[in-house]
Write a protein that binds this ligand. Sequence first.
Ligand code: ZN
Ligand code: FE
Length: 261
Amino acid sequence: MPEVPRPMFEIEIVPALSDNYVYIAHDAAAGATAVVDPAEAGPVLAALERRGLQLTHILNTHHHLDHIGGNAELVERYGAPVIGPRADAARIPGLDVEVGDGDSYTVGAETARVFDVPGHTSGHIAFWFEESRALFCGDTLFALGCGRMFEGTPEQFWSSLSKLRALPDDTRVYCGHEYTQSNARFALSVDPDNEALKAASRRIDELRSRGERTVPSELGEEKVANPFLRADDPAMQRLVGMEGEPPEAVFAEIRRRKDSF
Ligand code: ZN
Ligand code: FE
């Protein structure tokens, strides 16, 4: 019997502002086109027009302006609904559909699971599209790093990262910014002998020297190379002199070091 192809998004990465990434996820068969975290409308409009696509959904991970700044203009142009975090609803003008932990949300033929991932902001969410193996996680998890802890506690942030870490290794991490090279430098300062991290860092330097993007990364690699996902790993705890301490305390220490790196 011929195999039924599973639904898959074509995902286009649209650079915006100075270092943001906006994502256009297109399901051709279903005629659905979602944009994730439109930092600004201009580059998104240009990408959609070039491909002759009609925007059908706007997904937001959190309330920061560099993730929602293009909403209003895109709504005006396409009338697409805005889907975003229930817990950040009061801070996202024009939010149409509020979602949170345990909810699912369907775009075309694919359904995302929604996770609450507080820490960077108190209302941050992530969208996990299992069939496409695509995780849209805003400023919670970055390639080899994580977002700044603006509103949450270390307990919350660690619990959020633990949820994302539980996803399959072949998950692609579509994060909000191109911060990978500086994240790699910090990660190496903590964990200089990690072979996976050293290999990733060499690859990242090469990509950046050619002006290429380093996103998406693979979650399987993040699990072994990203220090923020390893706060419960005895080897990482030893590296920061906190063996046997609670993972949220170890996470807080690594985050603190990164803030002043
Ligand atoms: Zn942010
Ligand atoms: Fe951001």
